[in-house]
Design a protein around this ligand. Structure first.
Ligand SMILES: Nc1nc2c(ncn2[C@@H]2O[C@H](COP(=O)(O)OP(=O)(O)OP(=O)(O)O)[C@@H](O)[C@H]2O)c(=O)[nH]1
Ligand SMILES: [Mg+2]
Length: 347
């Protein structure tokens, strides 16, 4: 049984007794999901830290509760009490250890990043609200690949698989944990850690349930979270949107959606369930990934650190020679990004 609110330990115990089943509250459930999904070492550490902090806060709460009950009797100790104290000390020690370990992981993270850059394939991350159909789409797009056993990624990580593109090239498709509204504040760090690969992705695909009544509100929620995570620029430039579950729309609405997206090349109406529209999405990924990258020469004022960083993020810098004022760069970059760069430099 899952309760969609915070439940105190005493309430939890009473409910478990009354209903004769395991009861967890919202935070507990979210932590279980994150725990199952955390992929990186840092992700697991963050989730464990959040879980322990949560447990400790509950211990403190039941402790004050007992104290209040006993108030005035003036005896200290008792089996329940010392057990609580012991639990608390064990948890606190573990938290200290975890924090230290997290520091180490952060220090070595840049090394990992470098290693990942050597992966020969670009990474495409599927993000979106919970229940939008990310995993269904993930399975649909990579199904052939599982049959032909892309062993390497399959065994390492069930939520990353090789995705064959039209042109014979490949990408890595990454399924991620779904967004939820009202994420408790103390869980944000853990949530971000489980989404770390999104930060590293070459392309982010926003999977949306267009059949859902709240689809527009969900869209802005996802944008807000991504922006908070530092992906505001990708959001502003327009994420690729997979408008999923069109099989559930009545024909007239479906037609309207198709008309509406005909001119917007970053939106693809599709159904992960029936497969309709999935080829169009793959074609779009192919186009966006680097089919249109070409080498160009650009010069960026050295004083414009933000634009320089932008160039490194969006293009592949082949060579660089700085003069007095400017960085002279040889960059492989897509036409779309080159356009954006030019308008940045013109400002
Ligand atoms: N009719 C229909 N149902 C779909 C479609 N895609 C997904 N579903 C259903 O929607 C539900 C959620 O799909 P999932 O793929 O698990 O969603 P998710 O985004 O991975 O959800 P989380 O992992 O919780 O974030 C499942 O019952 C799917 O069968 C679709 O195109 N059409
Ligand atoms: Mg899923």
């Amino acid at each position: 049984m899952v309760i969609d609110a915070a439940v105190s330990p005493v309430q939890q115990r009473n409910l478990e007794r009354a209903w004769k089943c395991k009861v967890i509250d919202r935070t507990g459930l979210i932590l279980e999901i994150f725990g199952a999904r955390a992929r990186t070492h840092e992700g697991s550490l963050q989730v464990e830290l959040a879980a322990l902090t949560y447990q400790r806060s509950r211990l403190v709460r039941s402790w004050t509760h007992l104290e209040r009950q006993r108030g005035g009797f003036g005896f200290i100790g008792g089996p329940g009490e010392s057990q609580l104290e012991l639990d608390r000390r064990i948890i606190t020690d573990r938290i200290v250890l975890l924090k230290r370990e997290l520091e180490d992981v952060r220090r070595t993270r840049s090394l990992h990043r470098e290693a990942r850059k050597r992966v020969p394939y670009p990474v495409v991350a599927l993000v979106g609200y919970t229940n939008a159909g990310k995993s269904t789409l993930f399975n649909r797009l990579t199904r052939a690949e599982v049959v032909s056993a892309s062993r390497l990624f399959e065994t390492l990580d069930p939520t990353m698989r090789r995705l064959p593109l039209r042109s014979g090239r490949h990408a890595i498709l990454s399924d991620t944990v779904g967004f939820i509204s009202d994420l408790p504040h103390h869980l944000v760090a853990a949530f971000r850690a489980t989404l770390e690969e999104v930060m590293e992705a070459d392309l982010v695909v926003h999977v949306r349930d267009v059949h859902h009544l709240d689809t527009e509100a969900q869209r802005s929620d996802v944008h807000a979270v991504l922006t908070e995570m530092g992906l505001g620029e990708a959001v502003e430039q327009g994420l690729i949107e997979a408008l999923n579950k069109i099989d559930l729309l009545p024909p007239a609405e479906r037609e309207a959606l198709h008309n509406q997206t005909r001119r917007n090349h970053d939106m693809v109406p599709l159904s992960a369930a029936t497969g309709e529209g999935c080829d169009e999405l793959i074609a779009l990924l192919d186009r966006r990934l680097d089919a249109d990258r070409r080498a160009v020469h650009v010069s960026v004022p050295l004083s414009d650190g933000a634009t320089l960083a932008w160039v490194y993020r969006h293009g592949e810098v082949v060579s660089r020679a700085d003069d007095e004022e400017d960085a002279q760069l040889e960059v492989r970059i897509s036409d779309a990004d080159l356009g954006r760069l030019k308008s940045r430099l013109a400002q």
